[in-house]
Design a protein around this ligand. Structure first.
Ligand SMILES: Nc1ncnc2c1ncn2[C@@H]1O[C@H](COP(=O)(O)OP(=O)(O)OP(=O)(O)O)[C@@H](O)[C@H]1O
Ligand SMILES: [Mg+2]
Length: 142
């Protein structure tokens, strides 16, 4: 699926719609340059998952866990990863990522996912975001 957005609000709305479709067990690989809008999309996603806490870039901790609302969603955990500063997929394994990948009550989203391709499960959903100039972005989901 391919969608164009013309501002961050639209990108967040796409994320929110994806979040509302998630049932748990999903792994989302986000691919796109600096400032493409990966975190913005995931802020919307978290909202769609029913998470009240504001999602920020986890750059300084690489892996961040958010608790979902058990009453409103089957997704109990949102695991947000930013692989930007990682060199090896193994580093992510050392951070305990395997505990979350594919877990039925958990959604995992990985920014800079191309850096840790080795850990992508087979059913990984790939979300590519491209700059189209100014505030325009193209979002590709497969
Ligand atoms: N259509 C758009 N969709 C998303 N963000 C947009 C759009 N137009 C402009 N922006 C701006 O682009 C920036 C996207 O930042 P964001 O942190 O989401 O990028 P990122 O891909 O996570 O970058 P990084 O690789 O540094 O983590 C924000 O400042 C946002 O306001
Ligand atoms: Mg980011």
């Amino acid at each position: 699926m391919r969608i164009n957005t013309k501002n961050e609000r639209e990108t967040q709305a796409i994320g929110q719609a994806i979040g509302q479709e998630c049932r748990g067990g999903e792994v989302l690989a986000l691919v796109g340059d600096l400032g493409a809008g990966k975190t913005k999309l995931l802020q919307g996603l978290a909202k769609g998952l029913g998470i009240k806490t504001r999602v920020n870039s986890p750059t300084f901790n690489i892996l961040k866990i958010y608790k979902g609302n058990k009453r409103t969603s089957s997704v109990k955990i949102f695991c947000h990863i930013d692989a930007y500063r990682l060199k090896l997929a193994k580093d992510l394994i050392n951070l305990g990522v395997k505990e979350y990948l594919g877990r039925p009550d958990t959604v995992v989203a990985i920014e800079w996912a191309e850096k840790v391709r080795a850990i992508w499960p087979k059913k990984t959903i790939v979300i590519k975001i491209k700059h189209l100039g100014e505030d325009k972005r193209e979002i590709l989901i497969k």
